[in-house]
Design a protein around this ligand. Structure first.
Ligand code: MN
Length: 290
């Protein structure tokens, strides 16, 4: 279970649309100042990041990186599996060069791409093959892959923990590929937060912390006390990363329907969230914080 703040992280998008230049420095400096040990770096275009500078910035602030992405529109896995594999290989190589041990997110598709129908067996077969090939490459680099469960309005492919488990079974790379739950998406799709966590159990590898309206943790409807009690129950020991799109790129703000400021300033978001999370992280038993 999460023993303290060392495995708690924050997403770069809280501070900057990319982990580059002064944005990288601001994000890393702020995350470290808040006492966080992990920062999530977006790899929406893995070829663009200045790896040398990023590694120096991470080292200067003693931060451990994780990486995440959604596939580009023309690399949506069911439509372009070969393109998806090439893109994921490139992202895995970049994540490795950054010193990350996680690449997670919508590794299976492009956010906002829906077909008007539910997910099909054919789509899942193609996605599983793409992720299997990517996983075999990731394993050679010591990188774990996460399948992020995302709500119905952003994808039709993986909306629930149950669907993630089914996809994990199809991919069949249990040492390398894990489920990733995000509390914003859970607040839309999961009727029972603890049951979703228990269902994935030791196959849950990664968690995003965000409110039901993507605001600061503790300011919305999500039952974080239930979440952390369930994480403790399954001995969760992966990264738990606060996610907000306060300074995300225009593309990402559009893809996530981030039209209004809902999370305050970066400092307000982080401090408010940490104030709510600290007792939940450190307590040995479920704690209710009103
Ligand atoms: Mn997320």
């Amino acid at each position: 279970m999460l023993q303290g703040l060392s495995q708690l992280g924050a997403h770069t998008f809280i501070w900057s649309p990319a982990f580059e230049g002064s944005g990288a420095e601001t994000a890393a400096c702020s995350a470290a100042a808040a006492g966080l040990g992990t920062i999530e770096i977006p790899l929406l275009d893995p070829s663009r990041i200045d790896v040398t500078n990023a590694v120096q910035t991470l080292s200067r602030h003693r931060l451990r990186p994780t990486c995440s992405l959604g596939l580009p529109a023309d690399k949506h896995a069911p439509d372009n599996p070969d393109g998806a594999v090439l893109f994921l290989r490139s992202a895995i190589d970049t994540a490795s060069a950054l010193g990350a041990d996680w690449l997670t997110g919508a590794l299976y598709g492009h956010l906002g791409h829906v077909t008007g129908c539910g997910v099909t067996d054919a789509e899942l077969s193609v996605i599983a093959e793409v992720l299997r090939v990517a996983a075999d490459h990731a394993a050679t680099k010591g990188i774990r892959l996460g399948i992020e469960v995302i709500n119905r309005y952003e994808t039709h492919l993986v909306n629930t923990a149950e669907q993630a488990l089914e996809l994990l079974d199809r991919v069949d790379r249990p040492e390398t590929v894990f489920g990733h739950l995000d509390t914003f998406h859970m607040s839309i799709e999961e009727p029972d937060v603890a049951a979703a966590v228990r269902l994935l159990g030791d196959r849950l590898g990664y968690v995003h912390l965000a409110e039901s309206n993507r605001g600061a943790v503790g300011t919305g409807l999500f039952p974080f006390d239930e979440l952390f009690a369930a994480l403790r129950e399954i001995d969760f020991d992966g990264p738990a990363v606060m996610e907000a799109f306060i300074n995300a790129s225009d593309d990402l703000r559009s893809a996530t329907a981030s039209w209004r400021p809902v999370a305050g300033t970066p400092d307000q978001f982080v401090q408010t969230s940490l104030d709510h999370l600290a007792p939940l992280l450190l307590s040995g038993s479920p704690t209710h914080v009103s």
